[in-house]
Design a binder for this molecule. Structure first.
Ligand code: PMV
Length: 325
């Protein structure tokens, strides 16, 4: 009863921010993402009579407290589905800093869902896996699929899940992540989602989403980075405005974040295809095309950003035989 899965993180092109239902993690809007090749989580789950309690180790650290409880809750969902009553050992490894706005919960809960269900002998469909992963972390429901993905908000537990819009090899969009902070964020995304409606700008954000979603879908379909990039930037700014105007206010950006935003705008004026987006953290994702990577790397080096992750669109999550223990 042991299985190992690998899942990729994703960058939200249109963000999920705000929940219709907290317990079921139903979102207030559809969101669209791209799976990221170089940000991934590998997780091994084993259920056994040999364990007297659940044990969880992430990146070499034994988990305690709230983080552990959240994972045990997810194991309970899997145990209930399979009618299994055994304790589990979970070992998980990220190839990037967790909790710094690089979507470790997305790849983490996607990998846990696949490894956990396979370990108990379930063979769920992608739709079922997406629904189950969503209960662990909203954005995880998108990390089931590779390439470009849309999470349809739905109206109930059964119809809120993600579907693939286009596979990884359809559009060679690149995502360069400028790492400007690796610290654990002060306000978790769960806490952030919960205060979204205190922002007077939240309704305006929801009203603007329809067009931005449509532009991103068209941008992917027509491989039009300009159409996609402009909508992605509008949506990112609108989400962060909502965050900054929540009560209490949340500022995920650092001065370096803003410096990079300006530099990306300058790059564009010079004719490069470059667009920024930022999740719940200070790190900046720069969307670009393969021919502009070199110039963007140089721009980042010039302003002292050395820690950079280069992503292509990734495939979906998968099972591997290379267990972590
Ligand atoms: O899935 P959560 O609760 O970590 O929320 C993700 C929130 C954002 O990363 C800011 C946006 C998104 O859609 O991924």
């Amino acid at each position: 009863m042991k299985a190992t899965a690998v899942a990729h993180s994703n960058i939200a092109l249109i963000k999920y921010w705000g929940k219709l239902d907290k317990r079921l993690r139903l979102p207030m809007n559809n969101s669209i993402s791209m799976a990221l090749s170089d940000l991934k989580t590998k997780t091994t789950v084993e259920f056994s009579t040999g364990y007297s309690k659940d044990g969880i180790v992430i990146d070499g650290k034994k988990m305690e407290g709230r983080g552990k409880e959240r994972i045990i809750k997810h194991l309970d969902r899997i145990r209930n589905l399979a009618n299994v009553n055994l304790c589990a050992k979970v070992v998980s490894k990220n190839n990037f800093p967790a909790d710094a706005g690089l979507a470790s919960s997305a790849s983490g809960f996607a990998a846990l869902t696949l490894a956990g269900t396979r370990a108990v002998g379930l063979d769920l469909s992608k739709k079922e896996l997406s629904i189950l992963a969503r209960l662990g972390s909203g954005s995880a429901c998108r990390s089931i699929h590779g390439g470009f993905v849309e999470w349809k908000m739905g109206s109930s537990h059964k119809n809120s899940y993600a579907e693939q819009l286009a596979p990884a090899d359809y559009f060679d969009l690149r995502d360069i992540v400028a790492i400007v902070g690796k610290e654990k964020k002060e306000v978790s995304s769960t806490a952030g989602h919960a205060r979204v409606e205190t922002s007077p700008f939240y309704q305006a954000r929801l009203a603007a989403l329809h067009k931005d979603l449509s532009d991103v879908r068209t941008g992917i379909k027509e491989k039009d980075i300009e159409k996609l990039g402009n909508a992605v930037e509008r949506d990112c700014i609108s989400m962060h405005t909502t965050m900054m105007t929540s009560e209490p206010a949340i500022f995920y950006w650092s001065p370096k974040t803003l410096e990079i935003i300006h530099k990306v705008q300058e790059c564009r004026e010079e004719g490069l295809k470059a667009y920024f987006t930022i999740d719940a953290g200070p790190n900046v994702h720069i969307l670009t095309l393969p021919q502009n990577i070199k110039e963007i790397r140089e721009m980042l080096k010039e302003i002292g950003v050395e820690d950079i992750i280069y992503n292509k669109p990734a495939g979906g999550f998968r099972i591997t035989k290379n267990h972590l223990f």
